[in-house]
Ligand binder design. Structure first.
Ligand SMILES: [Zn+2]
Length: 268
């Protein structure tokens, strides 16, 4: 079969969390030892006029409420790449945590791709528990429900091909309905793992991130992600600052803001 034309693939960094303990990044992580900081990203797959935005990040209010350093609105990051956020037709939400599913109002022309299990999780009985609802922002969920009633949510259950060379895959684990995105690029199949692995070390060491709905599914998710990606180098974690140093900026002006994921990573 002829392979589809490749997508360009980018990560846009929009926020940062500097001070974390090991125990905030790994189950059984040390309570006192400093852990890796987190970067916050949205991702873009582009093929000519066809654009898929993966996640919508959060805005300055959520950053202030949770003590995160906010660099820019994700929509403004897209503008730096020459993409008009108001014209984007397809937004994939990997899951509905506050750092992935805020700022929906920036994308008035979009339909939102979501797993059945994620909307059920975010509006169901687990949200009676503080531990499960803490990473959600209720206003994002209300916005999602309004978009549902406006006919703008496209539901998936498991695997779905959204275009030749781009598919979503339910993984669960971190949340009940987490999905990853597999993208065909000029270097092969890359997987935007999002929070299927927050850091390289979560999947690399088989050591789960502690914000988790189901640990067994999270660990099974590492296997699924590996199976979907052409190699370990083709897996892009959700929050690892190493992404910014392993991949090149598309231009000098976008240094520290955007990196290309469709070229091989380099290790210094
Ligand atoms: Zn996240």
């Amino acid at each position: 079969m002829e392979s589809p034309a490749p997508f360009e693939l980018f990560a846009i960094r929009y926020a940062h969390h500097a001070h974390r303990k090991q125990s905030e990044n790994f189950i059984n992580g040390d309570l006192h030892e400093d852990g890796s900081p987190l970067d916050y990203f949205v991702w873009v797959a582009r093929r000519g006029q066809q654009v898929f935005l993966i996640d919508t990040g959060f805005g300055p209010e959520a950053a202030a409420a949770r003590g995160r350093q906010h660099f820019r609105l994700p929509a403004d990051g897209l503008r730096l790449l020459g993409i008009d956020p108001e014209k984007i037709a397809d937004v994939i939400l990997t899951h509905l945590h506050y750092d992935h599913a805020g700022t929906l109002e920036s994308f008035p022309a979009a339909r939102f791709h979501l797993q059945d299990r994620e909307s059920a999780f975010a509006t169901g009985r687990c949200m009676c528990e503080q531990a499960f609802r803490q990473p959600f922002n209720v206003e994002d969920i209300v916005a999602m429900v309004r978009h549902l009633y406006a006919g703008r949510i496209c539901f998936h259950d498991g695997v779905a091909e959204l275009a030749p060379g781009l598919s979503v895959h339910h993984v669960g684990g971190h949340t009940a309905g987490l999905q990853v995105v597999r993208v065909w690029t000029r270097r092969g199949w890359v997987v935007i793992a999002s929070d299927a692995t927050n850091l390289y070390a979560n999947i690399g060491q088989g050591s789960p991130f502690p914000i988790v709905y189901n640990v067994a599914d999270m660990i099974e998710g590492y296997r699924i992600v590996r199976e979907l990606a052409d190699s370990e180098d083709h897996i892009v974690p959700g929050h690892d600052p190493l992404v910014m140093s392993r991949y090149p900026a598309p231009s000098a002006g976008l240094k520290d803001i955007v990196v290309r994921l469709d070229v091989a990573p380099h290790y210094n």
